[in-house]
Design a protein around this ligand. Sequence first.
Ligand SMILES: NC(=O)c1ccc[n+]([C@@H]2O[C@H](COP(=O)([O-])OP(=O)(O)OC[C@H]3O[C@@H](n4cnc5c(N)ncnc54)[C@H](OP(=O)(O)O)[C@@H]3O)[C@@H](O)[C@H]2O)c1
Length: 386
Amino acid sequence: MTRAYSISVEDVTAERERVNQDLSQVDVSRVIHLDELELAEMGVRDVRLRILAVSAEHNVDHAALADTVNIAELRGGKIYPGNSALGEVVAVGGDVTRFKPGDIVITHCNGEPDRFGFPKVIWAYDKPDSTGWYAEEAVVADWQIVPAPLECGLNLWEIAALPLRAPTAYHLWRRADGIFRVKVPEERLARMNVLGFGGGVSELFLMLARARGHNAFFCSGSPERRAALEAQGIPGIDQKAFNRFASRGDSKAFVKEVRSLTGGEGMHVVCDMLRGPIFDAGFAAAAREGVIVSAGWQLTRDVGYNSAAASIKQITLDHTHYETLEGVEAATELYGSVFKPTIHSEIYDFEDLPRAMVEMHENTQTGIPIIRVARDMPDSVAALIP
Ligand SMILES: NC(=O)c1ccc[n+]([C@@H]2O[C@H](COP(=O)([O-])OP(=O)(O)OC[C@H]3O[C@@H](n4cnc5c(N)ncnc54)[C@H](OP(=O)(O)O)[C@@H]3O)[C@@H](O)[C@H]2O)c1
């Protein structure tokens, strides 16, 4: 048995009833509970992990709210969430050759690749029978883990921030770049204008754009997160100065600002992730031949847009999800050199994970939230703990 967090449909329903279905009033800490889980028996290709640290991920918020789908219900009544983790290998099955006890690894959440490598389902979310890593121990198959790049220059918490968000950002980038280049080859325009809205994935996306030599802009409501990106050469746009695009006038003022920042051109690439008013603002800010990518729908699932305007401006909307296994390895190579994540000021204890999720929900964190799961850390990572 191991201690592990769970979300049950009874708790989701009870909390929604308590707040009369007003999702803005939901207290996610009443839905995410510390539970116990029997670990799966080890197979010959399995690896047992002691989880050292995890990042809080927004899909857990979606699971607790049941605002997109009621995943606990769809999964038969309960899920054990958590699909981003850093762990120590403690045992390996007989056919495992790539890992040995003592290795430090990171997970990825591609639950089942389709024939081109893209995930059909996500681990610890809609993959049947999958149990997540907001737990003290876990059993995973060897293809689900990647050696942690301990020499990359990041500290342990920064490495723990990236297993889910960095492959997502990497995939968004290679799709956006590839699509734009179908329309406008490099010799016609080498330096693109790239816009990302608030959130950990977008921040990493912009770091990649900047590292590839493009103009990157971060439109966020958080002064701390804007300052962190500005220190990496990515200027901020204060989203709250435009009231998060509450009115038409706010959006118009935002587009005017974008035009002035880009010499009248607009954004060749936009990373959305949130939808709702963010989608409309990104659409309006897009340059001719622009590409708008998203792997998220935090504010709304559905979008509406003027298809004639999109055609006339040659704008492409692309929907991505998560990386292929090869893409996950490639994204991991960029830890430290490109991906330098902003970490929230508090490192939460394992018992405080529900509070970390509440603070994520309330959007009061100053960076990616990290939960320290293991009290005793292996000697191999001691020097990486700030
Ligand atoms: N498909 C995938 O593989 C994948 C992977 C990761 C995430 N996602 C999804 O993508 C979305 C974003 O994830 P993330 O990890 O980047 O999120 P995150 O790091 O938790 O950041 C969320 C951001 O949302 C912004 N925000 C909060 N309330 C807002 C509002 N009312 N209006 C505008 N912005 C608001 C905040 O930005 P500011 O306050 O700074 O403006 C905050 O930093 C989530 O829905 C998540 O589930 C999908």
